[in-house]
Design a protein around this ligand. Structure first.
Ligand code: NOJ
Length: 750
């Protein structure tokens, strides 16, 4: 394990140096020179050319003529560098003003080299690793001519039914802000014009993750305070990290579709946050405002989107077909169009496209370099969460042991890459089966799928699986859900393990052999029953290209698991929405007084159980809490101290504590800091994450750790929607998950 750690550190340092070398010191941020060039260009443009810049079309053939006429400003989904170069040449040399194209693509968690799904990357709680992952994805993508990704997706996701939770960074505004900002920096680098950088896009502004019932594209109802305190912070963090584009959501919020939402794009994004990049619609989202019943026809849809501040229309043509008329009728102002075009062109200058929009022959298709694969493995390693490990079932230490590797996800090169892998190269994938055989030898790994796919509904494969299981010393069941069961438009109302997996696990359990459950999935699944049957459980998400190797290292003890949940795992789907930063309610549940439904006496008096906020069939606690994750070693938190007990507004709380590795082997722990504002002008969450740190500790090692918590970080929106920090008492905790118990109080005086 030690050797592995040293190797990991070397690999990481190498990657950090590599990415630092790849960025030049000239930043691509706004400067007077660019502003002057933008102004000059826009002043020469005809109305049709301006409209062209506001139109994005899907790749493919047949666009040459329109590009020549300046009628297209952007293409999405073209990843052939030869074709992209050809189209850029037409734009540069044959169109009247020579304006290059911005080429967009969903580069979500890797390009050819696939990293864990974003929710998995969030489980690393490691912003630097997340930054490196985005940087590698950018480098691979730009080598095809793509210069803009539609990522990061930073929609707060509290609902595991929603398929797009896979693409999110979880339920917490602080964690999603830190990791989202890291992704922005990774994609964009320090110099947007570098041939290793692409423009990032913060999406989906805003509130898309609150889709009612977890059903994709559904309406959202987000109270203004919750919007400001929970849903918007990651987007503000993306702006602060320098993100150059935003995408409007498909959803409506309280009746106003995001794509036509002046409050979001004019007031918040541009006025309050001073964002000066550009906004792209989502696919056909201006047009879809007709379906929303927010626009009577395409013309009205275009008017509402443009006036709300959406610069570019993706895929549909409501802008192209209606802007001229809208201007003639005075429904859209000329200055609105000019400003929309300026913002697009500015980003094209920043990307260096006017100087060189081409990919040199020597730099084309630079994929899957060894250091990229190493980073993908590192990310997969840190993303896997050990949820249970009874009797030290893991790691499987003796090399003489026979392992039965069973299950529909154990050898699926495509499925383990997860959702959003338009460009992912499944031939690069290392599956758990391959990695386990490489590590143990063919004869030590007995493999049977048991089920063809995760949704298989018959038991024909059980016999063979059980036969092998009986011959083995330990069973590793590798199941979950295939890639297609999560992601856009793939919401589920039931989030149990699909197909007959539960039945197969029951049969495997009957063998009496130690049973390890590995779940590869795009969302938290309700695995309470299966977890109870298993001796050990690893949540591996969809771990990407190197997932098998990472998993084998963890199973065999070459690496120590260190992932932590970025989202609460409910016991039952009916508990959703369930998140750690909930409100207390007037009648909070009492952990000691909950009576399970089947234990309630017959004809029990109405109030005999107490009137508390819980479910009589599921209680009030989750299956696994936010921030949770075990290790092969154990950690102890002690000596929590604050530098003072009473603070003023401008001060910083210095939180220090001791973290000890109390086990026999080295490991990494993600230490977490939570705060509660005990009394507020409005009710406040029971806990809020305010800091975290990944700490590596040798066996027995003790470290003094500290967090800095500026008092300003305690701000929230009060009854009058003013952002305030209020005087009063605060409780603070440090620990390894959101149930941390080591606590101190402090006071804020005004
Ligand atoms: C629709 C999705 O909502 C969005 O996230 C994506 O970037 C676009 N399609 C483009 O593929």
């Amino acid at each position: 394990m030690m050797k592995n750690k040293v190797y990991n550190i070397i690999a990481l340092v190498y990657l950090i140096l590599l990415s630092a070398c790849e960025v030049s010191t000239t930043t691509g941020v706004m400067n007077d020179d660019i502003d002057r060039k933008v102004e000059e260009l826009v002043s020469q443009m005809t109305l049709d050319e301006k409209i062209g810049q506001m139109c994005q079309v899907n790749g493919g053939h047949g666009h040459d003529e329109s590009i020549k006429n300046g009628a297209i400003g952007s293409i999405l989904n073209d990843v052939d560098p030869i074709n992209v170069n050809r189209l850029q040449k037409i734009a540069l040399e044959e169109s009247r003003l020579g304006i290059p194209l911005i080429i967009g693509r969903d580069v979500i968690h890797g390009f050819k080299t696939v990293f864990p799904i974003p929710l998995g990357q969030a489980a690393t709680w490691n912003p630097e690793l997340v930054r490196i992952g985005a940087h590698i994805a950018a480098a691979e993508a730009r080598s095809t001519g793509v210069n803009w990704t539609f990522a990061p997706m930073i929609d707060i996701s509290r609902d595991a039914r929603w398929g797009r939770i896979a693409e999110s960074l979880g339920e917490d505004p602080y964690l999603a802000s830190q990791l989202g900002a890291a992704m922005v920096k990774g994609f964009q680098g320090d110099d947007l014009s570098s041939d290793k950088s692409i423009a990032a896009c913060a999406k989906h502004f805003a509130g898309y993750g609150a889709a009612e019932g977890g059903r994709d594209y559904n309406t959202t109802l987000i109270p203004p305070r919750e919007l400001r305190d929970i849903y918007l912070p990651p987007f503000k963090a993306a702006v602060d990290a320098g993100v150059r584009t935003f995408m409007a959501g498909f959803n409506d919020i309280d009746g106003v579709p995001a794509t036509g939402n002046k409050f979001l794009f004019r007031q918040v994004l541009r006025q309050e946050w001073q964002f000066n990049g550009f906004v792209v619609s989502d696919w056909a989202s201006p047009w879809e405002m007709i379906n929303h019943g927010f626009a009577a026809n395409e013309k009205e849809a275009a008017k509402r989107a443009i006036n709300a501040g959406v610069n570019m229309e993706m895929a549909t043509t409501t802008y192209r077909d209606n802007i001229t008329e809208l201007l003639e009728e005075g429904l859209v102002k000329e200055e609105t169009i000019n400003q929309a075009v300026r913002e697009i062109i500015r980003v094209k200058f920043e990307l260096g496209l006017f100087d060189n929009p081409y990919v040199d022959a020597a730099n084309q298709n630079q994929f899957a370099k060894q250091e990229y694969l190493d980073a993908a493995k590192q990310s997969a390693l840190q993303s896997m969460v050990l949820l249970k490990n009874e009797n030290n079932t893991l790691p499987i230490l003796s090399s003489n042991k026979k392992v039965a590797l069973i299950g529909p996800m154990a050898n699926e090169m495509y499925e383990q890459m997860g959702t959003w892998v338009f460009d992912g190269d499944s031939t690069l994938t290392i599956t758990p089966l391959k990695a386990m055989k490489d590590a143990l030898g063919d004869d030590k790994v007995l493999f049977a799928k048991g089920m063809e796919i995760t949704r298989t509904q018959h038991t024909k494969g059980f016999k063979q699986a059980l036969k092998l299981a009986k011959k083995a010393d330990v069973i590793v069941f590798c199941g979950g859900e295939e890639a297609i069961l999560s992601g856009e438009a793939h919401s589920r109302a039931n989030i149990d393990l699909p197909g007959v997996q539960n039945q197969l696990i029951k049969e495997l359990k009957k063998t009496g052999k130690p049973l390890v459950l590995v779940v590869m999935a795009g969302r938290p699944l309700t695995i309470g029953e299966e977890s109870a049957m298993a001796d050990a459980v690893i949540y591996a998400w969809h771990p990407g290209t190197m997932g098998g190797e990472a998993l084998a290292d963890i199973l065999l003890g070459k690496a120590n698991p260190s992932g932590k949940l970025p989202v609460t795992f409910p016991k039952e789907v009916g508990q959703i929405p369930m998140h750690y930063n909930h409100k207390n309610s007037g009648r909070p549940a009492n952990p000691n007084s909950w009576t399970q439904m089947y234990d309630i006496p017959v004809k029990a008096p109405q109030t005999s159980l107490g009137n508390e906020s819980h479910y009589i069939d599921a209680g009030f606690t989750p299956l696994y809490p936010f921030g949770y994750g075990l290790s092969y070693t154990s950690f102890e938190y002690s000596d929590l101290k604050l530098n003072k007990s009473v603070y003023q507004d401008s001060e910083t709380v210095i939180v220090s504590f001791t973290l000890k590795n109390t086990g026999e082997i080295e490991g990494e722990e993600v230490a977490q800091l939570y705060v509660r504002d005990l009394v507020g002008n409005v009710s406040r969450p029971v806990r809020e994450l305010k800091g975290f740190k990944r700490v590596a500790l040798e066996a027995g090692e003790v470290q003094n750790i500290s967090f800095e918590l500026p008092i300003a970080e305690l701000a929230f929106h009060n009854e009058d929607m003013q952002k305030v920090v209020e005087a009063g008492e605060f409780q603070l905790w440090v620990g390894g998950d959101s149930n941390a118990t080591l606590s101190q109080m402090f006071t804020l005086e005004k």
